[in-house]
Structure formats: C-alpha cells, structure tokens
Design a protein around this ligand. Structure first.
Ligand SMILES: [Zn+2]
Ligand SMILES: [Zn+2]
Length: 137
C-alpha cells in the first residue's frame, strides 16, 4: 500500500505530461490531474515532478523565469512565444553540435545543451504568412 514506486498520483502526473506537448507548469499539471484525482495537493505534484525529473523520466526546463515540465525525452530545443507564452519544440541535433563544436573536451565534457529561442508564434503574429508551420521531417 505504501509503495513509493508507482503511486496513482505519480502515474496520473506522468500520463498527463505524456499526453500534452504544452510544457505545463506545476500549477497546470496540478489543475489537470485534479480533474481526474479528487484530491491531490500542489505540494504532492511538485514532489512527484521533481522526483520524475531527478530520475530522468521527464525533463524540467527553466523557461521564462519558471519551471516547465516535458515528457518528451528526444533531443529538442524550445521556441518560446513572448506574446502568448506558448512553447514549441524544435529538433536539436544541429543546435547541439554547433553549440559544443568549440569546446575543448580536455577541459570540459558537455552533457547536454539547452537552447531557448524567443519570438512570436504564428497564432500571435498578425501577418501569419511570414511564419510557416514547420513540419517535422
Ligand atoms: Zn504566441
Ligand atoms: Zn519540449
């Protein structure tokens, strides 16, 4: 009963994160999971999100002054809309290679690269013709 392995709360939190690509805040995860579980404390959500992030099951990104949670573990970076706060994924292979190309591996061993690109998304841009929807290849 008191197993700390897979609590219903943690499973619900993980299932929700895996169902969205919106990079929700802890508060947003709490609101969504609360609709399924009758009572879950915000502190419980925080604790489980941190635990999942520490175990590498999800990623925690510091974006726009707060933490956002992401269950997509494939290498990708983030485009953040400064108008609506929307976060969009972009493939990262090229960015990581470019960012670490000049690092002297004798002095520093890169683990991972986090790049956040700020701009305006197509929904917020009045002239939507200037931003075309990028199709994943
Ligand atoms: Zn936007
Ligand atoms: Zn992401």
């Amino acid at each position: 009963m008191a197993s700390t392995r897979n609590t219903p709360q943690r499973e619900a939190i993980l299932a929700y994160l895996q169902s969205v690509h919106t990079h929700p805040t802890a508060e947003e995860v709490h609101a969504a999971v609360s609709r399924k579980l009758l009572s879950i404390a915000l502190a419980t959500v925080y604790r489980n999100l941190n635990l999942l992030a520490e175990r590498g099951i999800i990623h925690r990104h510091q974006i726009g002054g707060g933490y956002r949670y992401d269950a997509d573990l494939a290498a990708h970076e983030h485009c953040v809309c400064t108008s609506c706060g929307g976060i969009y994924d972009v493939p990262a292979e090229d960015i990581e290679a470019a960012a670490t190309r000049h690092i002297d591996r004798k002095r520093f061993v890169p683990d991972h690269v986090e790049v956040t690109v700020y701009g305006v998304c197509a929904k917020c841009d009045h002239d939507t013709d200037t931003i075309r929807k990028v199709k994943p290849t």
